[in-house]
Write a protein that binds this ligand. Structure first.
Ligand SMILES: *[C@@H]1O[C@H](CO)[C@@H](O)[C@H](O)[C@H]1NC(C)=O
Ligand SMILES: *[C@@H]1O[C@H](CO)[C@@H](O)[C@H](O)[C@H]1NC(C)=O
Ligand SMILES: *[C@@H]1O[C@H](CO)[C@@H](O)[C@H](O)[C@H]1NC(C)=O
Ligand SMILES: *[C@@H]1O[C@H](CO)[C@@H](O)[C@H](O)[C@H]1NC(C)=O
Ligand SMILES: *[C@@H]1O[C@H](CO)[C@@H](O)[C@H](O)[C@H]1NC(C)=O
Length: 300
């Protein structure tokens, strides 16, 4: 019996722990800092012998289908002298990367359909994917060291041309957005249709104010439902544990009582006993006190 109760305790704990750890993982999945770190490390592993000045498209594991990244390694001097143009990004000359190193690498990110998983602007709708431009330190032997660099831009800013803009209402003007490392969101007007200026490295996109519509209400209802279900599951697990503890307590108390009764009965007269269910019931033997006849004169 004791073993069984312990088993149940163990099983319950395992269930609770698994449940809690899955919650923690779920909240960790869409952390954009860890995404940057993952992409950087992956890019470093993907290219064996990188050539300086060459652009590489990095293919990602299947679970990241939809994200595009490219990388280039440069001599810091040539970056400062010439700037660098690649795909939708135009970095002018005279941009100073910090800390000061001989080599650097630039990671270009297009988060594609993953954008809204990692970044969000409350009350605004993203019209384009989130684009990232992130400089890292580099060395002769490794493509990227994954130590982030800052860009000091005093002259012309970086320009980002956003392609694949989602259709939007004609009477609203889209706005550029910069996502800060601290989770902040900064707005800035476009300089040309779908062209944003960037005064630092980081992640950018284009948004319009969200108009209240049915779809939004639907998605809000959906979110509410998810929390409701989560709360329900937590309550259920809590209740399960509570009931289990109660059962254990009741069993232990019961067993103690029975043991006490047994001990008492053993100390007292040695009754013969029989069982009814789990309870020992004493009964007096018929033969305990033999009837003694007064005299031997038995009528035959
Ligand atoms: C990377 O892929 C894009 C298309 O996704 C293509 O336009 C570009 O030329 C490729 N770059 C390199 C260096 O292969
Ligand atoms: C994708 O798979 C890689 C391993 O291939 C893993 O490190 C990463 O956490 C996974 N990411 C997601 C979002 O599932
Ligand atoms: C993005 O789209 C690709 C197919 O193009 C799909 O495999 C992937 O699951 C999508 N990712 C998300 C987060 O929706
Ligand atoms: C990048 O493009 C701009 C024009 O968009 C041009 O003036 C500049 O010379 C180009 N830089 C390089 C390094 O090709
Ligand atoms: C979004 O809009 C709602 C009302 O329309 C407002 O209560 C809320 O504060 C806004 N959120 C932000 C981050 O501005």
């Amino acid at each position: 019996m004791g073993l069984k109760v312990e088993r149940w305790c163990q099983i319950t704990w395992i269930i609770v722990c698994l449940f809690l750890s899955s919650l923690v993982e779920a909240s960790d999945t869409y952390d954009h800092d860890s995404l940057d770190t993952f992409l950087c490390k992956h890019a470093n592993r993907a290219i064996g012998k990188p050539r300086t000045g060459a652009f590489y498209n990095i293919s990602l594991p299947g679970n990241f289908t939809g994200i595009d990244i490219s990388v280039v390694r440069l001599r810091t001097v040539s970056f400062w002298l010439r700037g660098v143009n690649y795909s939708f990004f135009n970095i002018p000359k005279r941009v100073v990367p910090q800390p000061n190193r001989k080599r650097m690498a630039i990671l270009y990110e297009n988060l594609g359909n993953w954008s809204s998983h990692y970044y969000n602007v409350p009350n605004y709708t993203m019209l384009a994917p989130v684009f990232g431009i992130i400089p890292y330190t580099s060395s002769e032997t490794t493509l990227i060291d994954c130590e982030k660099m800052n860009l000091i831009i005093q002259g012309k800013p970086i320009r980002i041309q956003f392609p694949h803009i989602r259709p939007h209402a004609k009477n609203v003007t889209p706005i550029c957005v910069k996502f800060g490392a601290d989770g902040s969101v900064k707005f800035r007007n476009m300089i040309k249709p779908y062209v944003c200026e960037a005064k630092s490295e980081g992640h950018y996109t284009i948004v319009v104010p969200t108009t209240k519509s049915h779809t939004q209400n639907l998605s809000k209802g959906f979110k509410f439902n998810i929390w409701w279900v989560l709360g329900f599951v937590i309550c259920f697990v809590g209740l399960f544990v509570l009931v289990l503890v109660l059962i254990i307590v009741v069993k232990v108390v019961k067993r103690r009582k029975i043991r006490k009764m047994e001990k008492n009965s053993e100390k007292g007269e040695a009754f013969d006993t029989f069982w009814i269910g789990e309870t020992k019931v004493p009964f007096a033997s018929i033969r305990r006190t033999q009837p003694v006849l007064e005299n031997d004169d038995v009528p035959s």
